[in-house]
Write a new protein. Structure first.
Length: 230
């Protein structure tokens, strides 16, 4: 791990591993072993969990806070590949031999997460039920990646913004999305001021409602779907 030194949570027993969907069905003794080996980390806003180019040596389960995966292009502009929140798991590349992270993971807020070393994760997926769940999750991630790439192919900026809001709405519970303009800009390759203008248009037309500086309530998901044909 790079960046500021993490602070292990002394009383943590890795309970948040129990929320990881693909670990469901593991024999209790093996789950207990994983819980024993996991390490709870507390990181401040702005800390790097890992840098692009670091070896993929662990998976991370977000317990509290928000983490962004990002890279920077030749002009120094940030490109956001994904945002991870509570119960999300960062494990891309860990199953590929000698792989390295293609993005950096940066804490957008103070973050608590659990770290599980690669070799322990590999032992976990030897269980048939866990392996099947992994296959299912990989399929879903591929589907989601195709969806995100499709968003960038939409020419109309308002439709592109609407598509991102709909995508985030479908990935969470509740109708309110928390996402800063800079995050949306990095995800859609649009300027923040363009996104702000398009959100105001969507609000005037009754699709969404701003409820805070970075909070947007989706009022009409079915209409958003019709708008972007997504």
């Amino acid at each position: 791990m790079t960046g500021p030194a993490p602070v292990p949570c002394k009383d943590c027993r890795g309970d948040c591993l129990k929320t990881v969907d693909f670990l469901a069905g593991m024999p209790p003794d093996k789950m207990r072993e994983l819980l024993r080996r996991s390490v709870r980390l507390k990181l401040p806003k702005g800390a790097y969990i890992f840098h692009a180019g670091d070896p993929c040596d662990a998976i991370y389960i977000v317990h509290k806070g928000r983490v962004k995966l990002c890279v920077y292009d030749a002009d120094g502009q940030e490109r956001i590949a994904g945002v991870f929140v509570e119960r999300d798991v960062m494990w891309e590349g860990v199953l590929v031999p000698d792989s390295r992270y293609s993005t950096s993971a940066i804490c957008m807020t103070a973050v608590e997460c659990c770290r599980l070393a690669r070799q322990d994760f590999e032992k976990a997926i030897e269980e048939p039920k866990v392996a099947l769940r992994i296959i299912g999750l990989l399929s879903k991630k591929l589907h989601d990646a195709n969806r995100r790439n499709l968003l960038k192919s939409i020419a109309d900026p308002k439709e592109r913004v609407a598509g991102l809001l709909l995508y985030r709405y479908r990935r969470q519970t509740g109708d309110t999305i928390t996402m800063r303009l800079e995050e949306m800009a990095g995800s859609l390759a649009l300027r923040p001021e363009t996104i702000s203008r398009k959100i105001r248009e969507l609000e005037r037309e009754g699709y969404v409602k701003k409820t805070g500086q970075s909070s947007i309530q989706v009022l009409a998901p079915d209409r958003l779907m019709e708008l972007v044909n997504y």
